[in-house]
Design a protein around this ligand. Structure first.
Ligand code: CUA
Length: 332
């Protein structure tokens, strides 16, 4: 090979490498990390990306060089020279990718193991998913249940995920990881938040008509604010105590599908609850029946088989009465 050719291949390679690097760096492929686990995932991402840019540069350089250098004249229809195999080259292009892929697997395995390790004393929060809402149970002297996920910054948190109906999936993009909530088993996820802020928990497993609305607010705060939040929730979150109609409405996930102004929800999967037409039946009876046995009457324009039929067992009789009362009072 002549020196001129090597110089040309090198120039093509450098140009291809720069182009690929610009695409990798300029486009914001990942959200800004907010957890230690995401930082590690980003490391694997960039480790792999650097290898990919290198491989792309070499392959692109050889292709561009070959296309320009060995292009046949338009009228030349002769066959190319019969070349068969090159053992040295084959060993090189097998060995190098093998080393690179092994390196990526080792780095990934280490990161996966570290991301699964919550340390000796994590904060344990139980997450319950159901169509179409999230519920969080915080530990403490008096355990607190809330529809919001609030985490102290810098504290390793171990989430245990449960589902009451179908498979859902827990994902906060800035925390980097996903984990399914599967009925019948318990899955876990470790999060160590690194910065304060407001994030969004998104369900990423198609779980029914309300899937797209199955979100929850996530806040990362400092320790003092976290303790304040727990105390506030234990007292009943700013006036609404844990047994209030509003608290039950939130905890049962009604707002995931139904609009109801007093609760501030505007979802449109199911009928709005501010203007219920009981069709001649007593309003309270009709509401209770619709909560416990949603298939009994399907509102016009909506379809059956969407609303969970588990509220008769997941809520106590007292809670059902409170909820019905809350809904009746909210009629326009
Ligand atoms: Cu729950 Cu999608």
């Amino acid at each position: 090979m002549r020196r001129g050719s090597i110089v040309r291949i090198t120039i093509y390679g450098v140009l291809a490498g720069i182009l690929a690097s610009v695409v990798a760096v300029v486009v914001p492929w990942l959200p800004t990390s907010a957890s230690e686990e995401m930082d590690r995932i980003e490391f694997v991402f960039w480790f792999t990306t650097v290898i990919c840019v290198g491989v792309f540069a070499i392959v692109a350089a050889v292709i561009v060089y070959s296309v320009l250098k060995f292009r046949v004249a338009p009228e030349d229809e002769s066959d190319g020279p019969p070349i068969h195999g090159h053992t040295g080259l084959e060993i090189v292009w097998t060995a190098i990718p093998a080393v690179l892929v092994t390196a990526i697997s080792i780095v990934s395995a280490i990161v996966l193991a570290k991301n699964d390790d919550a340390g000796p004393n994590p904060l344990r929060i139980a997450v319950t998913a159901q169509q179409f809402a999230w519920k969080f149970e915080y530990p403490g002297e008096s355990p607190v249940t809330s529809g919001r996920l609030v985490l102290p910054v810098g504290q390793a948190v171990k989430l245990t995920l449960h589902s009451l109906d179908v498979i859902h999936s827990f994902w906060v993009p800035e925390f980097g990881q996903k984990s399914d909530a599967v009925p019948g088993i318990e899955t876990t996820l470790v999060i160590t938040p690194t910065r304060k802020g407001e994030f969004s928990l998104v369900c990423t497993e198609l779980c029914g008509l309300g899937h797209a609305t199955m979100r929850a607010a996530v806040r990362v705060v400092d320790r003092a604010e976290y303790d304040e939040f727990l105390a506030g929730e234990a007292r009943g979150g700013g006036g609404a105590d844990a047994d209030s109609g509003e608290a039950i409405f939130t905890a049962a996930g009604c707002g995931g599908c139904h609009a109801f102004e007093p609760a501030g929800s505007d979802a449109e999967v199911g009928p709005a609850l501010d203007e219920i037409d009981p069709g001649g039946a007593p309003l309270e009876e009709f509401m209770l029946e619709s909560i416990v046995d949603p298939e009994a009457v399907i509102a016009e324009g909506y379809q059956g088989g969407v609303m969970p039929n588990t509220y008769g067992s997941s809520l106590t009789g007292e809670q059902l009465d409170t909820l019905v009362q809350y809904l009746v009072e909210g009629q326009r």
